[in-house]
Design a binder for this molecule. Sequence first.
Ligand code: ADP
Ligand code: AMP
Length: 218
Amino acid sequence: MRLILLGPPGAGKGTQAARVAARFGVPHVATGDMLRGARDSGTELGNEARAYMDRGELVPDELMLGLLRERLSREDAAEGFLLDGFPRNLSQAEALDGILSQVAQDIDAVISIEVPDEEIVERISGRRSCPVCGRVYHLTSNPPAVDELCDADGTKLEQRADDKADVVLERLRVFHSQTKPLIAFYADRGLLKVVDGVGPVDEVESRIAAALEGAGVS
Ligand code: ADP
Ligand code: AMP
């Protein structure tokens, strides 16, 4: 199964991707997580990406494509993958087609998770994550059992630097201008399934499962 999750920042892509990837036994390829990993370990790519991420802008395509090509060439992605955060603009989508056609593969479905901007701002301002295991919480809708400590390993949860209000507005602007056109791009190819992302996490998961079933992905 080769699947793309589209949606604005904070739509719940990562939350849902973890579930869908586990169900289908494919890797969850989240370019934002990969970039944060590179940034935090101080690699050359991470250092180059840092300033763009801090400003809420897209990291240049050349950097992203090298990263993605390497990730998809790994053995665990041979039978499928779930992309979260990639592609983010039309040229990335076209480049992805090129990468996949070289190995005679195709995207099976694209799920667009829709959430209005007002709710996005609320979700992102309450988002906290574990710096050790990456698990994502929300202070009110999905809090950890104890204070702001990770349920899995007890680490103090952190807020992403780019989840501060001014950067969130820029990320939303970038989504509307650069990423949203991908909805029409994939709809034209008959791959798009739109899912309402508002409601409890389990309910959104069921909607995605139904959309995938409707797309013949199982
Ligand atoms: P994305 O990967 O699209 O940026 P996340 O999965 O990190 O989004 O979710 C953003 C925030 O919203 C997190 O704090 C998460 O716990 C919360 N969240 C995710 N899904 C829902 C939902 N259906 N309802 C309310 N909050 C949600
Ligand atoms: P995310 O975790 O998906 O919200 O991504 C966090 C940040 O990483 C974004 O605001 C961008 O700066 C960068 N990023 C993630 N994926 C991409 C991509 N496909 N293209 C360009 N920049 C990206």
